[in-house]
Every structure is written in C-alpha cells, then in structure tokens.
Design a protein around this ligand. Structure first.
Ligand code: SF4
Length: 694
C-alpha cells in the first residue's frame, strides 16, 4: 500500500538501487519498498527495511569542527581554502587531493571532479568505488570501448542459465537474488551455477557449486572458451560483423598450461557439466561481482568472462549477457561523471580530444593533463608526504583500504586532512584536522545510478539537522574561495544535473543514436527511474550491443587474450593460510550507519573467522576460541567459527567491523595493498596470514 504522503527515494546501500517509499513519522521514518520502481518492484532486503532505524541523530556530526573545537562555516571553509591554496601555490596542483565515495550523489561527484580536474588542475580525485568495481570498468573499456553494462535486471527473469561468479548475491544483492529465485520458482528448468571458493548462502541455492581455487577464474573461463569453440558454439556471424581479432589467435593466447579442472582444483566432471550447460544454453547470463573485481587480476577475469559471451554472440539480447553487480548505490553514477582518477566526465578519458572538449565545455582554466593517483597510490603519496592537503568525503579509508595501518600513519602525518561525513566519530574522522558536517540519506537531494544503468532520485524526507550541508554545497563554497565563483554558482542539484546532462551530449557527433552518457532528455524534477543512454524523448535503453554498436572507434568489440595469474600475495610456512574477506548479510561497509540498528546487529553480533575443522585441529583451536590472525601488515583478534564447507587452507573474515564496534578486528590491517595493474583495484579477497590460539 502506498502511503499518501510517502516520498519516492532510493536505498543508499547496495548497487541494486531499490526504490523506497519513505514517510516521516513522529519517531523518525517509516519505509516500504516502492512497488513502481523497476529495480525492486516493492521488495526490500533487511538493510533497506531497517533504514528508518538508522536515521536518528545519535553520533551525528552536526557542526564544523577545527582542531577539536566547534567553528562556524565561514571559518571552516576559509581554513579549507587556505590549506588548499597554500599547498597548490607552494607545491603545485598535484600536492592536493580529494578521496570521495560511492555514497556521494552524482551531483556531488560532478562538482568535485569539475573543481579538481578543470579548475585546480590535478586529477588527484579518486573514490572508494576503486575498491568496488574498477576492474569491471577496465574490463568493459577493453572489451566494449567504454564502461558500459550491456544488460539489465530483467535478463535474470528471462535467462535459462544464470552463472554467478564471485558473488554472494543472497547476502550482498539480496533483492536481485530474490528476483532470481522467484524466476526459478516459476521456471524450475532454469539453472543456477555459483562459482565461488566459499559455500555461501548463494552457493547453497545453486544447482551446481564450483568451489574453485582462489584466483583461478581466468583458467576456468579460458577453458570454457576453448570448450565453446570446440563444441561449435562460436557465433561466426556476430564475430565477423561486430568483433575485432581472430578467435584462433585468442584461443592460442588463452591456452593455459594444464587442464582447467586441475588449475581450478575442481572435480573434472563438475567442470565439464558446467561447460556443457553453458554450451547448450543460449539464454545465459553471467553475473560477476567483488570475488572477480577485488583481485590483482580482476580486469583479466572480467575479460575472460566477457570473451565467452562475445564468442557466442550472447550479449545485449533478452536473457543473455555479462552483468556486473556493483557494490554501492552510486558506483555507476560516479563513473558517469569521471569519479575515478583516470576518467573525465561523460565517460571521457585523458586523450587530447576529450580533455579539450571537456575543458571548453567547463571553460576550465586548468584542465588536468593526465590521470591522477588511484586510491591505493593516493594514500601511499599521502604517507610519503607528497600530498599536503587532503579532503576525504563520505568514506572511512582507515578501515576499508588494505594495509589500513599504513593508511592511518599516512593520515596522522599529513599536513592537513579535512573529512566531511555525517558521523562524528569514525576511524578516519579521528585523524582529521577539520570536520565538515554532511547530510545523509533521507536529507540529501540528487541522483544515483544502479548496476543496470538506471538513474533514480534520492529525495529529502527529513529536515536538515544542525548545520549539516550537502556535499555539493561545500565543494562549491571551496571553489568560490579558490576564485571560481562563476563556474560553481549552482542554485541546487537540479542545476548541476542539467549541466551534467548537457555535457553528456556536448559535441555528440551524431554517428550513433546516442552518445553513451547521453542524458539530455531527462528533466530532473520529473525524473522517473530510467536507464541511460536516454533519448531526446526521455526513453531509456534496457540493453546494448545486441546488434553491435560497440564504442571502440571501429564499432567492434574486442576479445582480449588473457592468461591466468595467481594472487599477488604468496603463502609461506610463516603465512600458510589464505585469507578471504567479504560482507555479512545485514551490515554495510564499516558499520557507521547500519551498526546503529540492533535488529541488524542481531544477525552477526561480532566479527568471526571461518576455518575448516582440519586446519583448526592441526592448530589445536576449538570452535569459539579467540585467535590471533597475523600478516606481514598487521594483526587482528577474532573468534573462530568452524566451517566444514570452507576450503581447507583458507579462512574467511567479514570486512565491516571498525574500531568503534570491535577494537581489534579491522580486517583491512591484514591485507597487502596489491592492486590490479590496469584497474588499480586492490586484492581484498586474498591475503597470506597465520592463525594462532591466544
Ligand atoms: Fe537496499 Fe540493496 Fe537491500 Fe535493495 S538490495 S534494499 S538497494 S541494500
């Protein structure tokens, strides 16, 4: 039932991007799923359903704080501008940086990028989305010529085979998993294969679970590619019309040294069963998520998957295609406006033509000439003293980045750190010189883009508390103080969205029906959830590439030859166990918001370490014992849960707990900062550790 005064908005957590009906109530807020929103049709998972329990003002940052003392906004912003302008004057534009977040709305992201890349003259702005899906971005760019998701959620309803790779969707994208399960209930012949080293809740529901050796995904999909080719499944018409390069050369380049079952440590019969199902099923969707992306070979894994869809021409048609599930509500909206340090707005890069086009559109006085530092490198630069002034927006890198001890040292030694956040006390705000109070969900106004390219509105439901302000407002006030008043004189998010939409269509050469980011047909105030590219008549686009039209200059896709590479961290007698990390069902990121809801805490009240009983017996560890987990980078104390579905030699720990909720369970402290060479995404799914009883 739609409540009469309910406001249509969007859930702030995962990349499913569920529509929410929010109604102010005497004790806060009531929420319900929006039955008209095409992402969720009224469904909400437990995190979304508990949104009303997380909007209280307890723990909120409500006033600017400078060196521990409350100050007014003018004092705070003057100091921010002084620190940035002095650093730029003395050390150049690359001595300052923004580290932003997939929690920002697209309009916040847009002005932050415009200021840094067009007016300050550096591209040192990166986002925590780097940790989430940058390998998918790089894989899409290599294969399709642009960061474009070819399919949509409706493909999950129509597929006959769904393959989930490195995705515990039952916990991490629950509403899409419910949608998939509903489709399977309607059509029991539909098959689900889960490829994941862990027997997760998602794997439990599968027709076939392939518990592959961590890091062997490329071997598995190269083996599938060869199997499909040998079985006569190549779509030669599609390949010759829409793809570049020779399949034979690809097959040769993709040859792995041994049989894939051996490389993947899988039962050969199970693997062949999967290969046969894939070969026989035209309507196949392959979903991939953090288990693929968060790897030092993440981009290659993405391309190994996409190769199989291009070879068979199974892309961009109903019920088929590769489909990236992103982590955050606006991971994709940030990508659209150049949220990553290696991109410019409207999906443009740092080639001369794009820089010139964006620079002329912005009338930018100082366009950045080259990509900036990606997240891990950015914090290394902070630690080395090369970044003199840093503004962190809406994220908690002291917990979420790998080698979190080094990140903390970097922040402690940085000459000036500003943090804008809705929460007062996080592991990162404790290390800031200046705190700026930000609005949070239910107070903000703007847009987000979900995993199927669907743009939706977040709308304010609750009054602005204290002196909190929107992120875009703070960025524009800094821009004014740096001398760029005219270019940042926006009246509100609708002005910013309108400029972003105009840029997406600016100098579109008309070679295609639409430019990839074309949003010019959208009226911000009337925006109903719509998938980009959006045509002039405001209609969206569900699927791309079914008839080719890839974004490389020749209009053709690329099959990319990739070889399997093991994880970057090596196990050794001193560090004999492989550490995998991931989410729990009911928490979000570093728990600064979901940690406030007792209902959500009840599912997993404390962090844990899942361990195979054989490993535990060898180490004389009992179920429930507290253990010390140690790597070359840090240590944590965790309680052991024996789990016979865990692969022997591998352990798993959830990544959410911060210092506030569990003093010695920050998993980021255990992980090396190894990254994918193309995407810069850190390898958060594989660390080398030892475990000892305490
Ligand atoms: Fe929110 Fe994701 Fe749950 Fe939907 S599935 S309600 S977007 S957390």
């Amino acid at each position: 039932m739609v409540m009469a005064d309910a406001i249509r908005t969007t859930c702030p957590y995962c990349g499913v991007g569920c529509g929410v009906l929010a109604t102010p109530a005497a004790d806060g807020l009531t929420v319900a799923g929006d039955p008209t929103h095409p992402a969720n049709f009224g469904r909400l998972c437990v995190k979304g359903a508990a949104l009303g329990e997380t909007v209280g003002l307890e723990g909120r940052l409500l006033h600017p704080i400078l060196h521990g003392r409350r100050v007014d906004w003018n004092t705070a912003l003057d100091r921010l501008a002084d620190e940035f302008s002095q650093a730029i004057a003395r050390h150049g534009a690359d001595s300052v940086a923004f580290y932003v977040s997939g929690q920002l709305l697209t309009e916040d992201y847009y002005v932050a990028n415009k200021l840094m890349k067009g007016f300050i003259g550096s591209a040192n702005i990166d986002t925590n989305s780097r940790l989430c899906m940058s390998s998918s971005v790089a894989g899409h760019q290599r294969a399709f010529g642009a960061d474009t998701v070819p399919g949509c959620y409706a493909d999950l309803d129509e597929a006959d085979l769904v393959v989930l790779v490195g995705s515990n969707a039952a916990w991490c994208h629950p509403v899409l998993f419910q949608r998939l399960q509903a489709a399977r209930a309607q059509r029991p012949e539909m098959r689900l294969v889960v490829i994941d080293p862990r027997r997760t809740a998602t794997a439990e529901a599968a027709d076939l679970h392939l518990a592959l050796k961590p890091g062997s995904d490329v071997a598995l999909f190269n083996g599938l590619l060869r199997h499909l080719s040998a079985a006569g499944c190549a779509d030669h018409d599609f390949l010759s019309a829409h793809c570049a390069g020779s399949v034979e050369a690809l097959a040769e380049a993709g040859l792995e040294p041994g049989p894939p079952a051996e490389a993947c440590d899988l039962d050969p019969g199970d693997l062949v069963r999967f290969y046969d199902w894939f070969a026989a099923t035209e309507k196949t969707v392959t979903v991939f998520s953090q288990g693929v992306n968060q790897s030092s070979a993440g981009t290659d894994k993405v391309n190994a998957i996409i190769n199989c869809h291009l070879l068979t021409g199974r892309i961009g048609r109903p019920g088929m295609g590769p489909l990236s599930f992103t982590g955050q509500p606006n991971a994709m909206g940030g990508r659209e406006v150049g949220g990553l340090a290696n991109q410019l707005a409207a999906h443009m890069g740092f080639d001369e033509t794009s820089r010139d086009r964006v620079g002329r559109f912005w009338r930018a006085p100082a366009m950045a000439l080259r990509p900036g530092l990606k997240a891990v490198d950015l914090f290394r630069a902070v630690e080395q003293g090369r970044i003199k002034a840093l503004w962190i927006m809406a994220t908690n890198p002291a917990v979420s980045l790998p080698d979190a001890n080094l990140v903390r040292q970097a922040l402690d030694h940085c000459a000036f750190v500003a943090v804008s956040d809705c929460m007062a006390d996080t592991d990162t705000t404790r290390r800031a010189h200046l705190l700026l109070p930000a609005l949070t969900w239910a107070e903000k106004d703007g847009t987000v883009t979900n995993s199927e390219r669907r743009i939706s509105r977040q709308r304010p439901v609750l009054p602005v508390p204290g002196e909190a302000r929107p992120d875009w407002w703070m960025i524009c006030r800094l821009a004014e103080r740096l001398g760029f008043r005219e270019a940042f004189a926006y009246g509100g998010p609708s002005d910013i969205f309108a400029e972003h939409a105009r840029l997406s269509a600016f100098e579109n050469d008309g070679a295609r029906d639409f430019d990839i980011g074309a949003l010019a047909g959208i009226d911000y105030d009337l925006l109903a959830p719509v998938q980009w590219p959006v045509r002039a008549d405001a209609s969206g686009t569900g699927r791309l590439f079914g008839q080719g039209g890839f974004f490389h200059g020749d209009g053709r896709a690329r099959l990319v030859a990739v070889r399997n590479r093991p994880p970057a961290s090596e196990l050794s007698p001193a560090r004999p166990l492989a550490l995998n990390t991931g989410r729990t069902r009911d928490q979000w990121h570093t728990m600064t918001r979901t940690g406030k809801a007792p209902r959500l805490a009840a599912h997993a009240p404390e962090p844990w370490l899942a361990m195979h009983p054989a490993d535990a017996a060898r180490l004389d560890i009992d179920d429930g014992a507290t253990v010390r987990v140690e790597s070359d980078y840090g240590r944590a104390l965790l309680r052991v849960t024996l789990d016979s579905t865990q692969r022997a030699g591998e352990v798993f720990a959830p990544m959410h707990w911060n210092d506030q909720f569990a003093g010695q369970a920050v998993i980021g402290k255990l992980l090396a900062s190894n990254t994918d060479p193309l995407s810069g995404q850190p390898e958060l799914k594989f660390g080398a550790v030892r475990v000892d009883p305490v």
